[in-house]
Write a protein that binds this ligand. Structure first.
Ligand code: PRP
Length: 179
């Protein structure tokens, strides 16, 4: 375990098992369709790459980079688009893949923005749901794990851009971010 980790919250095995279960459900729901799977950079990249390799229907990939976090550890209600999609979503079945839903501001604003472009459907898949922290009324359609309000890192999730490459999800030691 990394020295900055308090403990491992979800092991590689637990994550892979759950990602397969979610992929199984998506394979049933999207059988015969050709969804556009949108990864929200950067946190979702590890989850995204594992999830898409478990999908059996034809898919197309696209990415967006948005930001609703400031420099600290809490979310603001402000969404900035840093990179927009390459593809046109009009008439497409869209699957948004996110690493974490916290306040919900990011996904609520993103969903609204995408609906304005007239997709056939939009569904949200998240790896982690910090449900206690929700500030707006939005729920993911698929969620791998509900978690408590703790600072999680690894499997794509960062603190100051570090730890994204850890293969498991850990809880960051408080001393790392409380000086
Ligand atoms: C994280 C996460 C979501 C958002 C969730 O992104 O990937 O986009 O915060 O928070 P919310 O529900 O309170 O809006 P972050 O800005 O940390 O960027 P990153 O994915 O590049 O790490």
């Amino acid at each position: 375990m990394h020295q900055d980790c308090e403990k491992i919250l979800l092991t590689e095995e637990q994550i892979q098992r759950r990602v397969q279960q979610i992929a199984d459900r998506l394979n049933r729901e999207y059988a015969g369709k050709n969804p556009l799977v949108i990864g929200i950079l950067k946190g979702s990249v590890v989850f995204y790459s594992d999830l898409i390799r478990k999908l059996e229907m034809p898919i197309e990939l696209d990415f967006m980079a948005v930001s609703s976090y400031g420099a600290g550890t809490t979310s603001s209600g402000f969404l900035k688009i840093k990179k927009d999609l390459d593809k046109n979503v009009e008439g497409r079945d869209v699957i948004i893949v996110e690493d974490i839903i916290d306040s919900g501001y990011t996904l609520a604003k993103l969903k609204k923005l995408l609906y304005a472009r007239h997709p056939a459907s939009v569904k949200i898949v998240v790896l982690l749901d910090k449900f206690e922290r929700r500030a707006v009324a939005i729920e993911p359609d698929y969620s791998c794990f509900d978690i408590e309000d703790e600072f999680v890192i690894g499997y794509g999730l960062d603190y100051n851009e570090q730890y994204r490459n850890l293969p498991y999800i850990g809880i960051l030691k408080r001393c790392v971010y409380e000086h």
